[in-house]
Design a protein around this ligand. Structure first.
Ligand SMILES: Nc1nc2c(ncn2[C@@H]2O[C@H](COP(=O)(O)OP(=O)(O)O)[C@@H](O)[C@H]2O)c(=O)[nH]1
Ligand SMILES: [Mg+2]
Length: 377
């Protein structure tokens, strides 16, 4: 299989022999990074819960490098934006092709004792709309519960303390769980230090779940479910990990382009240009188009932007066309059908930037149809 990242690594090797000094070192750096695991930078406003999400991801992802980068965005192929206060400060210049949004601390958004999930789901959907030029989705989570479970922080002593709390009269439990101050400060048979620790590990939402669990309930399992973290891991897997070839290659190409520009290095910029024009590298052209369209730099209707993203990110025709069960004939027809609106953009005399992107998409669909057709013969 053609690997984009190998093609870019080869380019780095070749260019290294033709340039020297700082440029050679920077190109060697890029080559080195291409071979390393995919990096995800986790960013957000201070206090949004960035470090907590980073720690939970680090404990869960074994083939990705997680960079906790509050404030500014670290250099990485992918990004997770932790949304703190909705309508807070403007989002950093990120892009839906490689950024997932997370709405964290959702347990703190509901009144005490209430299920935060219904409101969190609505708020996340609303934020996903507001941030649709910045992130591909906004996923609500309780980061605190995710890190406590995934990093294995709960001890048998914590479990025992939860059991002791569960044995208290219902009224007493309700009062304890009414506020952090009452939970820590009120006289109670469970030692204060134990309660402080539980509050730090689980928050009142998690403690409530621990207390209410059925006798045979698996506590980590229940807490993880309540954290909503599985959906985030699944999205990271589907849209980052499974697309790591294009994400790493696109990142490297954009780094190399920057290096060529900064150092006015013609040999390097020519080499990048040649690579990007190669027929096998069409997904790099698609990725660039998807990036511009998704960020709103070039205007297209949302469904067309989604098509560009799928064309750039996925290899599997069924995933690109959104037809998981289709046979070849149906896929060929769908690819040709999907090419038409893009052809119409080109034929309609659009702006040059729109035109270029529409041509790239049109060719991608017609090539896909031809490839599928060829397979059948
Ligand atoms: N209740 C609750 N507290 C959280 C959650 N996530 C983080 N926190 C707490 O919020 C505080 C700030 O979190 P941190 O991850 O350090 O935020 P950062 O400044 O964005 O890195 C810490 O005391 C965390 O324990 C959450 O999902 N629920
Ligand atoms: Mg932090």
């Amino acid at each position: 299989m053609y690997e984009l990242r190998s093609a870019v690594a080869d380019l780095c090797g070749d260019v290294g022999g033709h340039v020297d000094g700082a440029v050679r070192a920077e190109v060697a750096d890029v080559r080195q990074l291409i071979g390393e695991p995919l990096r995800v930078a986790v960013t957000g406003e201070p206090g949004a819960g960035t470090s907590t999400i980073s720690a939970a991801l680090r404990a869960s992802l074994h083939d990705m490098t997680v960079i906790d980068s509050p404030g500014s965005v670290a250099d990485a192929e992918t990004c997770i934006l932790v949304v703190g206060q909705p309508d807070g400060t403007p989002a950093p210049p990120l892009n839906p092709t490689n950024t997932i949004g997370v709405l964290s601390k959702i347990d703190l958004r509901a009144g005490s004792g209430l299920d935060p999930w219904p409101a969190a789901g609505r708020l996340a959907t609303e934020q996903a709309g507001v941030l649709r030029r910045v992130v591909s989705d906004v996923i609500p989570v309780v980061g605190l519960l995710a890190v406590t479970v995934q990093a294995g922080r709960l001890t048998p002593a914590d479990d025992a303390a939860l059991h002791d709390l569960a044995a208290l009269p219902q009224d007493e439990r309700n009062v304890l769980l009414a506020s952090d101050e009452l939970f820590i400060g009120r006289a109670c048979p469970v030692p204060r230090a134990d309660r402080e620790r539980l509050l730090q590990l689980l928050g009142r939402y998690g403690i409530g779940i621990g207390i209410a669990r059925p006798i045979a309930g698996d506590l980590p399992q229940l807490l993880l479910q309540a954290s909503g973290f599985a959906r985030l891991l699944d999205t990271v897997d589907r849209t980052f990990q499974q697309c790591s070839d294009i994400l790493k290659a696109a990142w490297a190409v954009s780094r190399l382009t920057d290096i060529a520009t900064i150092h006015a290095q013609q040999y390097l910029s020519d080499a990048v240009e040649r690579l990007v024009r190669e027929p096998d590298a069409y997904r790099l052209r698609l990725f660039e188009s998807a990036r511009f369209a998704a960020a709103g730099v070039v205007e297209f209707p949302d469904p067309m932007v989604d098509e560009l993203i799928r064309l750039a990110m996925f290899d599997d025709p069924r995933r690109i066309l959104g037809l998981p069960d289709a046979g070849r004939e149906e896929l060929v027809a769908a690819a040709l059908h999907a090419s038409r609106p893009w052809h119409a953009v080109v034929a309609g005399g659009a702006q040059p930037a729109q035109n270029r992107i529409a041509l790239v998409a049109y060719r991608a669909y017609t090539d896909l149809a031809a490839r599928l057709h060829g397979h059948r013969a």
